[in-house]
Design a protein around this ligand. Sequence first.
Ligand code: F6P
Length: 290
Amino acid sequence: MPTGAGDHEAVLDDLFETLAGLAPEIRASLPGRRVKSDETNPSGETRLEADAYADELIEDALREVDGIGTYASEEQAEPIDIGDGELSVACDPLDGSSNIKPNSPMGTIVAVYEGDLPGDGDSLVPAAFVLFGPILTMSVARDGRLYEANVNDGEIDVIDDDVTLPEEPTVYGMGGRVPDWTEGFAAFIDEVEQEYKLRYGGAMVADVNQVLTYGGIFSYPALQSSPNGKLRLQFEGIPMAYITECAGGVSSDGGQSILEVEATGLHQRVPVHLGNEQLIDRVETHLAGD
Ligand code: F6P
C-alpha cells in the first residue's frame, strides 16, 4: 500500500480544503446542467454539461494550489500542466453522472500521484471522494487511514476519523449486463445472492460507500465484450482501491491488488472488485477458473 504524504502535507491540506470548498458549488451547479452536451469524453461516453462544468471548476481551482504540477481528468484526453510541483492530480469530476437524470447520488474522485501520469499504485499519495448524496460528504484516504467528513459550507467537519469496514459483509453490487459476465463471475454471484443483499445504484462512489458502511463487495468485473471492464485505472480503480484498503478492505483486478496493476495508459480500464477480504478471496477463486 502507498505509505504516506511525506513532504507534501501542506500541499495536500490545501488541496483537500480546496476540494471541500468547491463541493457545494459543484452541487449547486447540477440542477441547471442535467442535459447532454454534443461531446464525448476520451472513453467515448456522452458528456453532460455538468461533467464539463465540474471539470473546469476543479481545474481552475487546482491552478491556485501551490505544489500541483499536473492535472488530468477523465474528461480530457491528455494531462495538462497547471503549475510547479511534482504532484499530479487525476480526477473524475462527476463519477456516475448519468445518475443526474433520475436524481440519484454521484461523486467526485481525486487521486494524487507523485510524478508523471499515468502513475501506478506505488506512486499514489492520498485519494479522496466527495459524495453528492442526501448529505454532502468527503472521504479522504491519507497515510493509511480513511476519514469521513461532512462538508458544511465548504468546511471539512470530520465525523469519523478512522472508517473501518464492518467485519461481517451485508451488501453486494455489481455492474455489467448478466449475459456479458464471465462464467466465473456469474458463478460467484450465484453464491453471494443466496447470502447477501443486492444494492447497486450505478455510481461507483455511492456503491463503494455502501460497502464501506455496511460491509460487502462492489464489482465492475471483466466482461466478455470488455476484458478490462469499464472503470478507469487512474481515475477510479487506484483511488477507490486505496480508499478501500485504508478502511481495512481489499481490492482486486481479479488476480492481484489494483494497487499493483501496471499503469500503461491514462484512460486504461481495469476490472474492479472492492470489499471484505473473504469476498475478494472468493471472487478471485471463481475468476481463476475463467
Ligand atoms: O465510470 C462511470 C460509472 O458511472 C461508475 O461510477 C459506475 O460504477 C459505472 O460507470 C456504472 O456503469 P453501468 O451504467 O454500466 O452500471
